[in-house]
Design a protein around this ligand. Structure first.
Ligand SMILES: [Zn+2]
Ligand SMILES: [Zn+2]
Length: 415
């Protein structure tokens, strides 16, 4: 089980103490990728072949002959969520992007959950992920570039020693100062074994069926939770819309959000990666956001970062402008559509600016410091102005949508 995996940062069973030896071995066998396929990472190749194969055979077979009860399915569900959220709220939004700060107890739980999910240690995962954002879609530097296809970005990149996924912790120096991250890094292999085999077996033993515990809580949970995460690297870069930016292949996809604890709003995430939310509207299915918010309410998380709403509006409008212009060009719309589009665009940007200023003034007035210096009347005026511009923006957005739609629709030809 000692990893071979030295170089590929996303090696699931990486153990730091083995790195120097493994690195040497790996470097000696690595050949330039141009001359052929990268060398196979046998640890991962076996792991990612054997576990799904066992999951689709042993789990149903045992269910058929022995059956699983409600407690066992409940444990499976709890473990799925624990693994999934340790990755999304911990590995991803806390450690990779620093979108908030978390109490040591929470970081400890996320470190355990990450080892449970068998997605490599925090240091490797975050290093890969920061590189993914920095070089997104660059086939030479993005470790799981979607430009290399579904299979590669989903799991292929883990199965071979690709140059694009070489160990380089220079981008996670801040994380090396987190004692919990380093403790997990040093003890990763042990934690993997304890969490993936010890914990399900122990719970199964207490409940009276070790095998059922291992099959549901160990095997099936492992395979499903891993592939749910991998969909964010593959499908979330291929299937969905790009409402905020086309600077990367990242897509917003509500269906994917349902199985990835809210990470399906991936276009937003790649546009505003420092925001602790991925789904920004209250109805967006983003349980990771709700978890972080709840942790803040009970004092276990702080410093939650949110992108300013006017910045989000501007990004969306710029994208809509760009799409409308492309459509007009594509449809060879006659007349001076560009001037009209630009005029409307400038007008709505102006309203966004006014709305943002009044919003800021109202929010500041609500703040404690200002509260004592403002009369009730002044506060009400600020609120009224804010609401006025909020409404004005709403109307202007409707007008903008109408303009965009009508401009990009060819006029019916009258015979
Ligand atoms: Zn990210
Ligand atoms: Zn991505």
């Amino acid at each position: 089980m000692h990893s071979s995996d030295s170089s590929p940062r996303q090696t699931t069973l990486s153990h730091s103490s083995s790195n120097s030896v493994a690195d040497a071995v790996s470097n000696s066998v690595s050949k330039p990728q141009e001359t052929g396929k990268a060398p196979i990472n046998w640890t991962n190749m076996i792991l990612f072949t054997v576990t799904p194969a066992l999951a689709v055979t042993l789990v149903p077979a045992y269910g058929w002959f022995e059956g699983y009860d409600a407690f066992e399915w409940s444990m499976f569900a709890v473990m799925m969520v624990f693994c999934g959220m340790s990755i999304t709220a911990g590995y991803h939004r806390l450690w990779s992007h620093k979108t908030y700060e978390a109490h040591a107890a929470i970081r400890f739980l996320f470190a355990l959950g990450g080892a449970f999910a068998l997605q490599n240690d925090v240091l490797n995962w975050a290093s890969d992920h920061r590189r993914h954002h920095q070089h997104v879609d660059n086939n030479d530097h993005d470790p799981y570039s979607a430009g290399r296809g579904f299979w590669f970005s989903h799991i292929g990149w883990i199965l071979r020693h690709y140059d694009s996924a070489k160990d380089d912790f220079s981008n996670v120096k801040d994380l090396q100062r987190d004692p919990i991250v380093m403790w997990q890094h040093r003890n990763y292999l042990l934690l993997v074994l304890v969490m993936n085999i010890g914990l399900p077996a122990f719970i199964g033993l207490l409940h009276g069926d070790i095998i059922a515990g291992l099959l549901l809580g160990g095997l099936l949970r492992l395979v499903l939770s891993q592939h749910a995460t991998y969909f964010i690297n593959s499908l979330a870069h291929m299937w969905g819309t790009r409402p905020y930016s086309d600077n990367s292949s990242a897509r917003d996809n509500t269906l994917l959000a349902l199985i990835t604890y809210g990470e399906g709003y991936h276009n937003y995430h790649h546009t505003f990666q420092w925001d602790y939310r991925n789904g920004i509207r209250w109805w967006h299915f983003d349980p990771t956001k709700w978890l972080i918010h709840s942790l803040e309410r009970v004092g276990l998380a702080s410093g939650l970062k949110r992108c300013a709403p006017d910045k989000i509006e501007r990004a969306k409008l710029e994208r809509q402008f760009q799409l409308a212009a492309q459509k007009c060009e594509h449809l060879a719309v006659e007349g001076d559509w560009r001037s009209r589009l630009e005029a409307e665009y400038e007008a709505i940007l102006h309203t966004v600016q006014q709305w943002a200023e009044h919003r800021q003034a109202w929010y500041e007035a609500k703040g404690k410091e200002l509260q004592e210096h403002l009369s009730h009347l002044e506060k009400q005026q600020l609120k009224a102005h804010y609401l006025e511009f909020k409404y004005k923006l709403k109307l202007q957005k409707q007008r903008w949508q109408l303009v965009v739609q009508t401009l990009a629709t060819p006029e019916p030809r009258i015979a």
